[in-house]
Design a protein around this ligand. Structure first.
Ligand SMILES: [Zn+2]
Ligand SMILES: [Zn+2]
Length: 154
């Protein structure tokens, strides 16, 4: 079992992830998001999330990874298990679905990895000169909005 206080490493570039409590965004703290200042990727974990809706959503999503999903070349930053990838969409208020995004999930614990590029598909960056930190903050807001919506496993 991983030590929850230990620093987690970005599975993409090996940078240390910024833990939720050291983040300057309340969205990260409520959703328990560790983020990478290098690639703007995000690590979510149900146990780290303070927000009950978010934790419940992550636990529901985890069900979809225990038996299914395509193994990917990413080790879970929390428990080192090989992660799996699946496609998800979010259902808008009018019933339509967003573009599908790929989410890497751990079959062993309630961790998920989101590449910044996947969230960009739902919310394209305003321009090319934003830093990874600014980008990550913007994407956290996108994620916060998305998590209010029903999630659909594709
Ligand atoms: Zn990274
Ligand atoms: Zn894990």
């Amino acid at each position: 079992m991983a030590d929850p206080t230990e620093a987690h490493i970005c599975p993409r570039d090996g940078s240390p992830l910024v833990p939720p409590a050291e983040s300057d965004r309340s969205a990260y703290i409520r959703h328990g998001i560790h983020h990478c200042d290098t690639c703007a990727g995000m690590l979510l974990n149900a146990e780290a999330a303070e927000d009950a809706i978010c934790a419940t959503k992550l636990e529901e999503m985890h069900e979809g990874f225990t038996e299914e999903g395509t193994p990917v070349d990413i080790d879970c930053p929390f428990c080192d298990a090989q992660m799996r990838v699946r496609n998800f969409a979010f259902q808008r208020i009018d019933g339509s679905l967003t573009e599908p995004i790929e989410i890497d999930g751990c079959p062993n614990c309630t961790s998920f990895w989101l590449d910044a590029g996947e969230l960009h598909r739902l919310s394209p960056p305003a321009n090319g000169d934003r830093t990874a930190r600014v980008e990550a903050n913007a994407l956290a807001v996108v994620l916060e909005i998305l998590f209010q919506l029903p999630i659909v496993l594709l």
